[in-house]
Design a binder for this molecule. Structure first.
Ligand code: SF4
Length: 377
């Protein structure tokens, strides 16, 4: 498949690994920001092929994982109402709230529907004018533009029975928070390529300069990851700290102008809580004043719900790169993908799920994952 298979070539992977080994002279710790990159790394064993001392720290870039428990509970509360059709992508249905998940709400009679696009939810709203239709809008800069477009369309066409439960987050403030943490060990970043394909690279030079940290825009196939690592360690070994775009087939420096304009129109930045991490200033988006009537949180008056995380779950440390999933006492015992204690185990992009699926346990991996998993070199 074009743009996929040529970036999985074992011979090229071997050469990149040799180059990395020849470049590295001392220990370095790099963070891959995105959960999709974490899965590629664990699935192909890339971290185990790197020279000793070159560590990959798994970052907080899994949208399901960082969605706060409060927001899940608000979704459950809204979805339980008899007048509501609650629409969501499928991966949110199993995320545990304080006492149940959206699957449970559905089994109890709630009208919870899996959709493949927020525009599908808008279509349902058109077809059911007597019901309230809510779409669960979570994620990073990648999922925000279609959600913004849907709210824009709802307003334009006067579809007032549609609303968005919004919990969008932004990557650059998270990088800033990670670098400001007293426990931070990160010396270089593999930035998430798909985020940059929307937002461009303009927010990163200031961060690279202020924290003297290389930031390399990186894709998602094994060769993309290895090339991102190679460019990052090359900078570190030279004492450089620049923004470098190693994903030029998808990312332009200015990003996607139309998507950014839509985001600027519909959303405004706000402080946002990240699950397991806490509030990061200006790290989220909410609907701007012009579109506030489409905010489900206001429409259904669920702003006051507060929660407590399960004490055994250490996903906050996992999300900050302070703990590897298999160092959590609950990993693979009381916490598995079938019985997840935290979102990093339930999400298909979560680091704990990646460790469970691809190895790091001693227990048999899930059959499909085991069949697919194959090292690149
Ligand atoms: S293994 Fe489970 S309990 Fe431990 S941090 Fe991950 S999600 Fe939380």
């Amino acid at each position: 498949m074009k743009y996929l298979e040529e970036f999985q070539n074992p011979e090229l992977a071997r050469r990149l690994l040799e180059d990395i080994r020849a470049t590295v002279t001392r220990p370095w710790a790099l963070m891959e920001v995105c959960g999709g990159q974490t899965h590629t790394i664990i699935r192909h064993g890339i971290d185990q092929l790197l020279p000793e001392g070159l560590e990959l720290i798994h970052g907080p870039g899994c949208p399901v994982c960082v969605t706060p428990l409060e927001v899940i509970d608000k979704a459950l509360e809204i979805a339980s109402r008899p007048d509501v059709i609650f629409c969501s992508f499928g991966d949110m249905l199993r995320v545990p709230g304080s006492d149940r998940d959206l699957f449970r709400v559905r089994s109890e009679g709630g009208d919870v529907r899996v959709v493949y696009s927020p525009l599908d939810a808008l279509k349902i709203a058109r077809q059911n004018p007597e019901r309230q239709v809510v779409f669960f809008g979570i994620g990073f800069e990648t999922t925000a533009p279609p959600n913004a477009m849907t709210v824009y369309q709802a307003r334009k066409h006067g579809i007032r029975n549609f609303s968005l439960l919004v919990s969008h987050v932004r990557v650059p403030p998270a990088i800033e928070a990670i670098m400001q943490s007293p426990d931070c060990r990160v010396q270089g970043f593999l930035a998430a390529g798909h985020v940059c394909s929307v937002m461009g690279t303009g927010e990163y030079p200031e961060l690279a300069e202020r924290f003297r940290v290389p930031i390399v825009v990186t894709g998602f196939e094994p060769l993309d990851i290895l090339e991102g690592i190679r460019r990052t360690v090359r900078q570190l070994e030279r004492g450089e700290h620049m923004v470098d775009n190693a994903y030029r087939r998808a990312v332009r420096d200015e990003g996607n102008a139309a998507a950014r304009a839509m985001l600027d129109d519909v959303f405004e930045t706000t402080d946002r809580a990240w699950r397991g991490i806490g509030v990061i200033p200006q790290s989220g988006w909410r609907l701007s004043e012009r579109y506030r009537e489409f905010d489900a949180e206001h429409r259904f008056q669920v702003g006051s719900i507060t929660t407590c995380e399960p004490a055994a779950c250490r996903s906050g440390e996992v999300l900050q790169g302070l703990l590897k999933p298999d160092q959590c006492e609950a990993f693979g015992t009381v916490c598995t993908p079938r019985t997840p204690l935290g979102a990093t185990m339930v999400s298909s992009e979560g680091a704990c799920a990646a460790y469970y699926l691809y190895r790091r346990l001693g227990a048999p991996a899930a059959p499909a994952a085991a069949m697919e998993a194959s090292p690149v070199a």
